[in-house]
Design a protein around this ligand. Structure first.
Ligand SMILES: Nc1nc2c(ncn2[C@@H]2O[C@H](COP(=O)(O)OP(=O)(O)OP(=O)(O)O)[C@@H](O)[C@H]2O)c(=O)[nH]1
Ligand SMILES: [Mg+2]
Length: 418
């Protein structure tokens, strides 16, 4: 069939032959003019001029971002574990074509915005610890590799009255009827301008691309018209080389600075929903900017790291790795239950009678409960390390063994019997 669409920026050049162009409809009001992209230098030329800041590079590497970066399994399993434990069951509570169809905003809402296909739904899934990827049924918000998948405003939460994450349709080019695209863009525009003081926006930019005209217009819409506090994050950071990512980061930051945005929170974030890198850090930063109950609902406590501290653990993506991640999950579960015990313990201490407190302090001989928990934790970490070493060793041994057919195997055992 013939694909119809509208586009209001320079994206989708390859699709130009298939697309029927429509006149640009601005996201922000006519009074606000978005400054055009710098015409004098190409993006490549600008990138060349940027020198890489070693501090920034270190930060990128530490977060496990960048193409050369690792598949950091702990990130993914930590997120999943956090998702289950901290958030409870996050689910879709309401989906609407316009603001009028949505329940009133009771508490805080964080809405994900960005151009179509930038990875909004994927990041929402990653933030609540659901797996993402194409044709993935386990994720929460539907994800596909084509612009224009999400077409309604979708509220997700772990309780009907709790804080929410909102998956929005994108702006810019999309594979859909122009009238439909115009409809959902208007709904999104009204949502951000009318939702009220509980709203925060998380604007996503593709790490492989520079700021587009549509992005500028949306930024100006939320900054000057809606006056909504917002964060900006670069997504798909697993698809760009580390040094290029650092340069693009600087470039995007410069472009944002040029717009003189009043309501933007700093710093500019970087994430990859695919590997999970940077997602926990992003969530913690967001939590610091949200009302208290959002913090409770979305961020929880800082994530336990799988190998007991350093947090980085490179595991090859093969069958062995899958098994290991199961182990990692188990270990995480244990840590989580210990954390709960600890929480209860500290809560209990608060409510002790003075004489009980004194008795506790004088208790020298037997170990306190806290110490016992510490010991258990250490033991669990050690066991896990041992197990991990053993598993990798086993994988290596298995690879060395020759693959035998049944008859060869029979012959070999007959020989042995002789
Ligand atoms: N490599 C990589 N791919 C990603 C990442 N995030 C999203 N994607 C892919 O990008 C494509 C689009 O993702 P979506 O989450 O559907 O994007 P969206 O912004 O919700 O798109 P619309 O709903 O159409 O506006 C999918 O193929 C995802 O798998 C990422 O961090 N890394
Ligand atoms: Mg989507």
């Amino acid at each position: 069939g013939q694909a119809l669409g509208r586009r209001d920026d320079r994206d989708g050049v390859a699709l130009a032959g298939m697309v029927r162009f429509q006149p640009v409809r601005r996201l922000c009001s006519a009074a606000i003019q978005a400054p055009a992209e710098r015409p004098e230098l190409s993006v490549r030329q600008r990138l060349k001029q940027i020198s890489v800041d070693p501090e920034l590079l270190r930060r990128i590497q530490k977060l496990g971002l960048g193409r050369a970066g690792t598949r950091l399994l702990p990130h993914a399993s930590q997120l999943r574990q956090l998702g289950d434990r901290v958030l409870g069951r996050v689910s879709l509570i309401k989906s609407g074509k316009s603001v009028a169809e949505l329940p009133k905003s009771i508490t805080a809402e964080l809405a994900l915005a960005g151009r179509s296909n930038v990875g909004k739904s994927s990041l929402l899934n990653a933030m609540v610890g659901k797996r993402t990827g194409n044709t993935n049924t386990r994720g929460l918000a539907p994800v596909q590799n084509k612009p224009g998948v999400t077409r309604t405003l979708n509220l997700y939460s772990n309780s009907p009255k709790g804080a929410r994450l909102v998956d929005m349709p994108g702006y810019g080019f999309a594979f859909a009827e122009p009238s439909m695209v115009a409809g959902w863009q208007e709904a999104m525009r009204r949502y951000v301008t009318e939702r009220g003081s509980g709203l925060r926006v998380l604007l996503l930019l593709d790490a492989r691309q520079s700021l587009r005209q549509a992005d500028r217009e949306f930024l100006l819409l939320i900054d000057r018209e809606a006056k909504v506090p917002f964060h900006v994050a670069m997504t798909k950071c697993d698809l760009v080389d580390v040094t290029e990512l650092a340069k693009r980061y600087v470039m995007v930051r410069e472009s944002l600075d040029e717009l003189n945005l009043q309501h933007m929170r700093r710093p500019l974030h970087m994430v990859s929903s695919r590997t999970g890198a940077g997602v926990i850090e992003l969530r913690n930063k967001l939590a610091a900017d949200m009302p208290p109950d959002w913090i409770k609902a979305i961020s929880g406590e800082s994530a336990p790291s799988v190998n007991g501290g350093s947090g980085e653990q490179r595991v090859a993506k093969d069958e062995g790795a899958k098994k290991l991640s199961k182990k990692a999950k188990k270990y995480n579960k244990l840590l989580a239950s210990l954390a709960v015990e600890e929480e209860i313990e500290s809560e209990r201490e608060k409510h002790l009678a003075p004489w009980e407190k004194q008795a506790l302090q004088e208790e020298v001989v037997s170990l306190s409960r806290k110490q016992k928990i510490e010991q258990k934790k250490q033991k669990a970490a050690e066991d896990f390390q041992k197990r991990l070493r053993f598993e990798t060793w086993l994988q290596r041994q298995k690879k060395r063994l020759p693959v035998l057919t049944n008859s060869q195997r029979a012959k070999a055992s007959a020989k042995r019997r002789k």
